[in-house]
Ligand binder design. Structure first.
Ligand code: MV4
Length: 501
């Protein structure tokens, strides 16, 4: 390596920027933040050793401008750039530009990002590497007559997918031949709009699968997997809750999926942390979907059950050091669940809710991790995505983790902006969720979990009263008298709310 790494620029914001800054400090590295006008006083900016202003709030004029990010690294003497997730994290051109500037990109080689970015190319390479992919075409289709032949051979239903795809854009389920030509046209035009590339192809449509992904870690010597995450609880391609392990994966399946993910990573010369997404069908068959060539939002659940700090490993690998994970068999310990806390209002069609966070009280206690980018007084705007924080719990079993998450969510207080906290409480109480009967269509079948319940506001109000009572006790340094001693947890209060109905 040209220059040893002592200082890392984090090309991101919010909770993931803070998460990475903390890992840098634990590794003895200095951290440089970048910030837009909207993030001037954000917690991650204060946590960094230095911070560089990169422009106005819109990401297109700040966090997405490669020149500004690279210039900020050079101006502050950073030798490496961690992209986090979103923004520039999966732009092969950015990874290449960083390298050309003589800096280290903390992630995979640009060639691996490139190879996994084109979905049809990735499918071909994965199939060649022996990784199971969904049956379907290996190249883009344009001619409707040819598409009709391919679809007949696959059997309906089929799925029209964008070659440049991701996130479900440019996707159409087709159940009968008559609908195929129209689906090709509309998917292609959506793909053109979303990705600037109208190419589409066909796959067999897998009905009611789970979304299970495998964490991969590769250093200069070894490529290993750290088991699966269950990500089926999603709405419109936005994950809301993730778990590790998956209730649907036993040690034998874990090893087969893990080996498939390792083969996928090796096939593209992968290094750093990455994730292979699979569809897991009800019959236990699994199919590679795509590889996310970045650290993911939900990485903490894997960290908790495998006892590994994935960002630390990324930093080590970027420095040319070996991963700390010892060779030999690994298995998950206990159960971890993550709830994404978003400023979205379930009472208002999950539309983003903006405003000032007038009060924030994070849950605490054993087995609880609160990865947040905001604090009391912060402004929530529409410039960035709506995830405020991740609440992650670890317990001995799935039911212990669920109980712990329910307790933690009941303790969480956010006022000033609406959040999806009531949704999470309803989900965790649901008998199907508790039994692990989930797949990617679960929330579509259960709209009542999404829609606000009549007592959401009452429960929240009582939780706020409980938190304020506690705050008052703490500030006065004497036992509470006014708001009796029983009002100590929102959970107790929730019981009262139920009693009131
Ligand atoms: C599929 C599928 C069913 N069958 N492919 C959605 C986004 C893209 N990453 C792949 N996606 C899917 N591909 C076949 N052949 C169902 C989905 C899908 C999905 C996958 C993962 C997580 C959430 C999803 C929600 C809807 C559809």
């Amino acid at each position: 390596m040209a220059m040893p790494i002592t200082r890392v620029l984090i090309a991101n914001r919010g909770e993931i920027a803070l998460r990475i800054i903390r890992a840098c400090h634990e590794e003895g590295l200095e951290a440089v933040a970048v910030y837009s006008d909207a993030d001037r006083s954000a917690p991650y900016v204060r946590a960094a050793n230095a911070a560089v202003h990169i422009g106005p709030p819109p990401a297109a004029q700040s966090y997405l401008v490669m020149d500004k990010i690279i210039a900020a690294a050079q101006a502050t003497g950073a030798q490496a750039i961690h992209p986090g997730f979103g923004f520039l994290s999966e732009r092969a051109a950015f990874a290449a530009r960083v390298a050309e500037a003589g800096l280290v990109f903390i992630g995979p080689p640009a060639s691996a990002i490139q190879a996994m970015g084109d979905k049809t190319e990735a499918r071909r390479r994965m199939q060649a590497a022996g990784v199971p992919v969904v049956p379907g075409a290996m190249a883009a289709v344009t001619d409707p007559a040819e598409a009709t032949r391919v679809a007949a051979a696959l059997g309906y239903p089929v799925l029209v997918k964008a070659a440049a795809g991701g996130g479900g854009k440019g996707m159409r389920v087709v159940t009968r031949p008559d609908d195929l030509a129209g689906a090709l046209t509309s998917a292609a035009s959506e793909a053109q709009k979303a990705f600037g590339d109208p190419a589409v192809y066909l796959e067999k449509f897998i009905e009611r699968p789970r979304h299970v992904e495998i964490q991969v870690l590769a250093d200069h010597e070894r490529t290993i997997h750290l088991g699966e995450r269950e990500c089926s609880v999603q709405r419109r391609h936005q994950k809301l809750l993730e778990e590790a392990p998956s209730i649907a994966v036993d040690p034998e399946l874990r090893e087969r999926m893990g080996q498939a993910a390792v083969a996928a990573a090796k096939a593209v010369g992968y290094r750093s942390a990455g994730t292979c997404e699979f569809l897991l069908a009800a019959d236990g068959s699994f199919y590679f979907l795509e590889m996310n060539t970045r650290i993911q939002v939900e990485h903490p659940v894997t960290e908790l059950v495998y006892g590994v700090d994935l960002v630390r490993e990324q930093l080590r690998i970027a420095r040319g050091m070996p991963m700390t994970v010892a060779p030999g068999p690994l298995s998950p310990r206990g159960w971890a669940i993550e709830c994404r806390i978003t400023s979205e209002d379930p009472a208002n069609g999950f539309l983003p809710s903006t405003g000032r966070i007038t009060y924030l009280k994070a849950p605490a206690g054993p087995g609880i991790r609160w990865d947040s980018g905001v604090e009391t007084g912060d402004e929530v705007t529409l410039f960035y995505d709506s995830m405020l924080a991740k609440l992650i719990v670890h317990g001995a079993s799935r039911s212990d983790a669920i109980a712990r998450m329910e307790r933690a969510l009941a303790e969480l207080v956010v006022t000033g902006v609406a959040t999806n906290q009531p949704f999470h409480l309803r989900l965790l109480a649901d008998p199907d969720f508790r039994a692990g009967r989930i797949d990617i269509q679960f929330l579509e079948r259960r709209p009542e979990l999404i829609v606000a319940a009549p007592d959401d506001e009452l429960v929240k109000l009582l939780a706020v009263v409980a938190a304020l009572a506690e705050e008052e006790r703490r500030q006065r340094q004497k036992p509470a008298v006014a708001l009796d001693d029983q009002v100590t947890s929102a959970w107790l209060v929730r019981g009262r709310a139920e009693g009131l109905r």
